[in-house]
Write a protein of this length. Structure first.
Length: 343
């Protein structure tokens, strides 16, 4: 293990998923009938940490920091996270605010949008709460710190700054709407890995590029702030791009039946972080024409497998993704693996 602790903050909550039979974006004054799904929906931190906890089971301490309400939903979420191998000591329960809830609307092409209630328990995730929790857990050079959306921006900034001060590997993912504020705070100075999707990358740049050009331009724009930062850009069915000082690398996507794309990007990030913690290099060092063309050996490839399996699940957490099911997926496809991949 290269890292023996993963600490993170972000949204912890549940939600509902609706399917629209119309492709047109929901209008501002429109009323539309949609289909309520029985799929289970979860918020950011829980999704990301599910994959980290599952892939690193009993090999690293997994510490989500956050708040849920003192209600039935909060009790259930804490119970699930504990059963998944996470320490729940630093998940508080608010008496004043309810557990976070989000609503996802998915269109026929599997794209979708989310609405999340802001008046929820994460309002209690203050910067002081973050600092106190991190002090108790202990942060050092063998720690990965993850700042995910849906908690106050100032609290995430506190986490990244404190993590950087203590020598941790700091990971940041941000929604498009917050890009301008993070730029204003110059927070990328404290970020070792930035993980964004295509839209988020475009918003940070303010330019409508795509693919390799987008990833390269984003790094060029941010390297003046932090030349050591590595950037991960997911582009849906076009795969993902990782970029740093050594250039841009493309990792093809996993081919499969798309059931639900909600949570796929978080699955990618969770799998990638787990791979990094286990000692895999982030990047493969070469571009492949298709996934598995050469031996799997990078953290990003582990993330791609998690994301590719996640889109086959109707739930936003693909509970069937485990070490054993990934090994089976590798065997089924006849992919070669490097010495330490998924070891």
């Amino acid at each position: 293990m290269k890292y023996n602790k993963v600490i993170g903050t972000g949204g912890i909550g549940s939600g509902m998923l609706f399917y629209s039979e119309q492709s047109a974006t929901l209008g501002r004054n429109e009323s539309r009938g949609v289909i309520l799904s029985d799929a289970r929906d979860y918020c950011k931190l829980h999704i990301i940490f599910y994959y980290i906890a599952g892939l690193l089971k009993n090999r690293a301490g997994i510490y989500p920091i956050g708040y849920v309400g003192k209600d039935e939903s909060g009790d259930q979420l804490v119970k699930e996270m504990k059963e998944e191998g996470m320490s729940t000591k630093y998940i508080g329960q608010s008496k004043e605010y309810p557990t976070m809830i989000s609503i996802c609307l998915q269109y026929p092409d599997k794209d979708g949008c989310n609405i999340t209630a802001t008046n929820n328990a994460v309002m209690e995730v203050t910067g002081d709460y973050i600092s106190k929790s991190m002090d108790e857990i202990g942060v050092d050079k063998k720690t990965i710190v993850v700042a995910a959306p849906e908690v106050p921006i100032k609290s995430r900034i506190r986490m990244l700054k404190k993590g950087k001060e203590e020598g941790a590997l700091c990971v940041l993912t941000i929604p498009a709407i917050e890009a301008e504020e993070f730029l204003a705070h110059n927070i990328f100075e404290y970020c070792d890995i930035l993980a964004v999707n295509e839209e988020e990358a475009q918003t940070i740049l303010g330019i409508n590029m795509t693919g390799r050009e987008l990833a390269a331009s984003l790094y060029k724009s941010l390297k003046e702030i932090n030349p050591e930062m590595q950037i991960l850009v997911t582009c849906g069915g076009k795969g993902s791009y990782s970029v740093g000082k050594s250039g841009v690398e493309h990792t093809p996507p996993l081919k499969g039946e798309v059931v639900n794309t909600t949570g796929a990007g978080d699955a990618f990030l969770g799998g990638t972080i787990a791979g990094i913690a286990a000692g895999l290099e982030i990047r493969k060092g070469q571009n492949n024409r298709y996934f598995g063309e050469t031996k799997l050996k990078s953290a990003v490839e582990l993330g791609v497998i998690c994301a590719g399996m996640a889109i086959e699940s109707k739930d936003s957490i693909a509970f069937h993704v485990t070490v054993d099911s990934i090994k089976e997926k590798i065997r089924e496809n006849g992919w070669g693996v490097g010495k330490y991949f998924l070891n």
